[in-house]
Design a binder for this molecule. Structure first.
Ligand SMILES: [Zn+2]
Length: 349
């Protein structure tokens, strides 16, 4: 049997016994070697590490192979499954990514902690690097905004299980507290959208959208979130607002039972039209997960965020995650009435 290649298996669920490692539908004996880009690792090392981690974290340690490999080897190559920009970087940029990620991971202003009940326990490297790396990815071309975000002392609190999450005050599938500038997530949700070759749902990105809103609020020294991104220039804000208004007007047309004659639908679900904050969080996640569709359906908004981030996610997201897009279309086509929107207009004096 050929030694299995790592990359086609990166998204597969793993489990182990002392004698074999199951990756997706196949089990591999202890002496098998898994081969990645410039690295190799024997299955017995991965099995031993998996058993150690599951023994320590319990059922909350539910990761695809990429997570286990990263928690065993710290190879940036394995992190590339979670941060799809990485495989597209030139060697010199990759080196820069690694350096900046290491700096973020040791930056005391970025608080990433894992709780079991009320006790803080050590998070794995993949838990910390998925969060720090996601911030780095979003603002890869905007180090100024990344610096402002880190200077705002953002907090990420992870929980090993649902009970610990709920007891700490966590609600829904993840949440952000603007007062504490804190995202709370059950840890397995960090990995949830990575059991497919292309990333799918990403509660971290959604909550990050809320956190960016809270960062903008802090930077503007105001007391309410307005659904804006931090550090936008007047032009960037105007472009964003114009794109958002186009979506909002389309949504209102559906809400009032007068959909556009060409059948155009907003990209977002009624959930994200509830408030400015949900709009930002929902579209922020879609920008990074279904950029190809967003560029077609909401070209103005998409272009505004490409300019703001200095990045076009279509360059490294080969195929959209279409789950949201499909679900949202189904809602509008269902004939069900969309929900009332409380999006604000901020009339100035
Ligand atoms: Zn939300």
């Amino acid at each position: 049997m050929h030694p299995p290649e790592y990359h086609p298996l990166a998204h597969c669920a793993v489990s182990a016994t002392p004698h074999q490692l199951t990756i997706g539908a196949h089990s591999y004996p202890a002496d098998t070697i898994i081969t990645g880009n410039n690295w190799q690792i024997p299955v017995h090392t991965l099995s031993a590490r998996w058993l150690e981690l599951v023994n320590y974290y319990g059922a909350g340690y539910r990761v695809p192979l990429a997570g286990l490999v990263f928690d065993t080897t710290a190879e940036l190559d394995a992190l590339g499954h979670f941060l799809p920009l990485i495989p597209h970087l030139e060697p010199i940029q990759r080196q820069a990514f690694r350096t900046k990620l290491n700096a973020l991971l040791s930056d005391v202003r970025l608080q990433i902690v894992l709780f079991r009940a009320r006790t803080v326990i050590p998070a794995t490297l993949s838990m910390r690097a998925i969060i720090a790396g996601q911030l780095l990815l979003c603002f890869w071309r905007r180090p100024d905004i990344l610096a402002a975000l880190i200077a705002s002392n953002p907090q990420f609190h992870l929980y090993t299980d649902a009970q610990s999450y709920t007891r700490a005050g966590g609600v829904g599938g993840g949440c952000y507290s603007v007062e504490d500038h804190r995202i709370m997530l059950q840890v397995e949700r960090l990995y949830e959208g990575f059991f497919t070759p292309t990333p799918n749902v990403c509660p971290l990105l959604h909550e990050l959208g809320h956190m960016l809103d809270g960062t903008a609020m802090r930077m503007q020294k105001t007391t309410v979130c307005r659904g804006e991104l931090p550090g936008m220039t007047a032009n960037e804000l105007a472009d964003f607002v114009a794109g958002k208004r186009t979506e909002y007007h389309c949504y209102q047309a559906w809400y009032h039972g007068r959909p556009p004659s060409d059948g155009r639908m907003p990209l977002g679900h009624p959930y994200v039209f509830q408030t400015d904050g949900e709009f930002l969080a929902g579209y922020w996640e879609m920008f990074w997960r279904n950029p190809h569709t967003m560029a077609t359906v909401s070209p103005q908004l998409f272009a505004a965020w490409c300019t703001y981030t200095g990045n076009d996610p279509r360059q490294f997201i080969a195929a959209d995650y279409t789950g949201y897009v499909r679900g949202n279309r189904e809602f509008y086509q269902s004939g069900e009435r969309p929900w009332p929107s409380a999006i604000q207009f901020h009339v100035a004096m």
